[in-house]
Design a protein around this ligand. Structure first.
Ligand code: LLP
Length: 391
């Protein structure tokens, strides 16, 4: 496997080959790109005592999970299904972190039995539930909600008090007190995830400063600070988390805690490495509009319909003799919200042409549905040399 970043030209060829070989629609994941994203995390966090966990919610493809396992990453799970998949691909419980606001009794029991790295407690009520079943030592972190604006899309912000995740500092203090009286529940640290697709460093700065104040006030002796995920990527609008700023302003704050830092990154690791390749089935012209109808849409990639997210549309056809045209690129579902990109200017494709939808490695296939019983796409891996169909 090479770490070399591939130019768009090479990538386009690979995507075309994949479509020829496996048909459409398909998700194609580039391993070299994933590895280069991990290298970026490493160079940004140089000098920090940290562990990187992959947030499985972004992509649960088993070949990718096996890769992360082989690279020694930890894994962040948010449901029993994700937990069982992590175990299946080889993660030992000591590498697994469990998040989520709705852990059932039997799930908590399994995590206690297997002895995972940490259960991140989401509420006081969850602590009470855990107490009743913790018949042996179990590590926990408390998920704190620092009431910080992540300055991201409101749909994917989680760190304000109006959000259902984590606890405020008063509740955290009550939980700490209660845990100290329990022989089996061991508080190893704090957890905080303020949102996703964060492109400014200030929210991280604010959250970390507030966590630091809390640790000081409580005179808290912790070994772990889990700062969640959220690193924003460029979806084609030029906005992404500035890693130089992160290194300059956030890394010193992290070092200051003098504990093991855990990051749960999803989008940053896999997002830029994924493409959804589709074929144009019809170019439908009405009196008012042109619709480019492709064989993929909201059932494979719901982000545009759900959040109004804009993904790059990359023509994989010869664009030289095509007229630049304004069109809506739409999918096959019986929903007017099945629009991949509205009012986009592109060299007008023809029936049979291929397009790729960029930056779809995170929260793409993972959020696909069976709606309309439109078959789900295959997932294809590009390992830098070969293309193969993933399980
Ligand atoms: N840790 C926790 C506790 C989380 O809730 C999340 C994401 C992550 C880590 C990973 O965040 P990332 O590094 O990927 O930003 N479906 C939405 C994103 C939802 C994110 C949910 N939590 C989207 O398509 O934009």
């Amino acid at each position: 496997m090479h770490l070399r970043l591939r130019g768009e030209k090479v990538e386009k060829e690979v995507l075309k080959q994949a479509a020829e070989k496996f048909g459409t629609p398909i998700y194609v994941y580039s391993l070299p790109k994933i590895l280069s994203q991990i290298e970026l995390v490493k160079s940004t966090l140089e000098g920090v005592n940290y562990s990187l966990a992959f947030a499985m919610k972004a992509n649960f493809n088993q070949d990718l999970l096996k890769l992360f396992h082989s690279l020694g990453l930890m894994i962040d799970c948010v449901s029993i299904g994700e937990y069982l998949r992590a175990r299946k691909v080889g993660f030992s419980p000591s590498k697994i972190i469990v998040n989520g606001n709705c852990k059932k009794r039997e799930e908590l029991k399994l995590y206690v039995d297997e002895g995972i790295f940490s259960i991140n407690l989401d509420s006081y009520e969850e602590l009470i539930r855990l107490e009743a079943l913790a018949n042996k030592p179990v590590n926990v972190c408390i998920r704190v909600n620092p009431d910080v604006d992540a300055k991201t899309d409101p749909h994917i912000a989680t760190g304000l008090k109006e959000h259902q995740f984590g606890v405020d500092y008063d509740t955290a203090a009550r939980m700490i007190e209660r845990i100290s009286k329990n022989g089996n529940i061991k508080l190893i640290g704090l957890h905080c995830h303020i949102g996703s697709q964060i492109v400014e460093v200030e929210p991280y700065e604010e959250a970390l400063n507030s966590l630091k104040d809390f640790v000081r006030q409580m005179n808290l002796n912790i070994q772990v600070l889990n700062i969640g995920g959220g690193w924003g990527i460029d979806y084609g609008d030029g906005k992404s988390l500035n890693l130089k700023d992160y290194k300059k302003r956030i890394v010193p704050l992290l070092k200051d805690f003098n504990v093991k830092i855990v990051l749960e990154l999803g989008r940053f690791i896999v997002g830029p490495a994924g493409y959804l390749v589709a074929r144009v089935e019809y170019v439908k012209k009405t009196n008012s509009k042109i619709f480019v109808i492709v064989d993929t849409g909201m059932t494979h990639l719901i982000r545009p319909a759900l959040y109004g997210a804009k993904h790059r549309i990359i023509p994989l056809y010869d664009t030289l003799d095509r007229e630049e045209t304004v069109a809506d690129v739409v999918g096959p579902a019986c929903e007017s919200s099945d629009v991949i990109r509205k009012t986009i200017t592109l060299p007008l494709p023809r029936e049979g042409d291929l397009i790729a939808i960029g930056e779809t490695g995170a929260y793409g296939y993972a959020m696909a549905s069976d709606y309309n019983l439109i078959p789900k796409p295959l997932e294809i891996i590009w390992d830098g040399k070969m293309l193969f169909r993933s399980s």
